[in-house]
Ligand binder design. Structure first.
Ligand SMILES: CC(C)(COP(=O)(O)OP(=O)(O)OC[C@H]1O[C@@H](n2cnc3c(N)ncnc32)[C@H](O)[C@@H]1OP(=O)(O)O)[C@@H](O)C(=O)NCCC(=O)NCCS
Length: 176
């Protein structure tokens, strides 16, 4: 897990974080995630890895992924609206991408709403490309999902991530 400059910190999500996480989730998605689902992810899903991002002691974002075979599948990523546009979503995403190297993973995948150009820009910045679409994937709005992926997770991409981390930490240092 990355150790960004203070006052920012990342750590594995705990059950005690769920109230703060649910608040951010509600402010971030058209249909909030059921709290019982987060509960299941943290307590029972062995494939699930979730982390929270705090500024001092306040949780301002979270992200999660499932490790499915050799695939890291990003399940969620959200930043509190008051904290967006300050490279914090990028910090969470970079943390997942670097975590992929701790597993025998060879690709990172995710689904994103077709209309979610902000998230797509973040993923494209990290070289994910659209490889498919799932029609009507989101049951709440009927919107299509774009399937995005980056592969291979090779030495070149790792070096790219390290360079991005250096730039990102310099930004965060300035913003702190
Ligand atoms: C997607 C989300 C996590 C991005 O977090 P964020 O902290 O606001 O984004 P960052 O400040 O880290 O920006 C990182 C990159 O994302 C893109 N980005 C961020 N805000 C953007 C905007 N308003 N317009 C276009 N691109 C934007 C840019 O590529 C940016 O890099 P740059 O600053 O070098 O141009 C955040 O908007 C969010 O929580 N959205 C609601 C939940 C959601 O849609 N999650 C994704 C589900 S697939």
């Amino acid at each position: 897990m990355l150790h960004p400059p203070l006052p920012f910190s990342l750590r594995p999500m705990q059950l005690a974080d769920l109230q703060a996480v649910a608040t951010i989730d509600r402010l971030s998605y058209p249909t909030p995630t059921r709290e019982s689902l987060f509960h299941h992810e943290l307590s029972e899903n062995k494939m699930a890895h979730y982390q929270t991002l705090a500024v001092r002691k306040t949780i301002v974002g979270f992200a999660g992924y499932w490790l499915i075979g050799d695939e890291v599948h990003v399940s969620t990523i959200a930043i509190h609206p008051d904290w967006r546009g300050q490279h914090l979503g990028e910090l969470l995403f970079l943390d997942i991408l670097l975590s992929a190297y701790q597993h025998p993973a060879c690709l990172v995948t995710l689904e994103v709403r077709r209309s979610n150009s902000v998230a797509q820009a973040l993923y494209e910045k990290y070289e994910l490309v659209v490889v498919g679409e799932r029609r009507g994937y989101y049951r709440d709005t009927g919107e299509d999902a774009l399937l995005m992926t980056v592969t291979p997770l090779d030495g070149r991409y790792h070096q790219f991530l390290i360079n991005q981390q250096t730039t990102l930490f310099a930004h965060l240092q300035t913003e702190a």
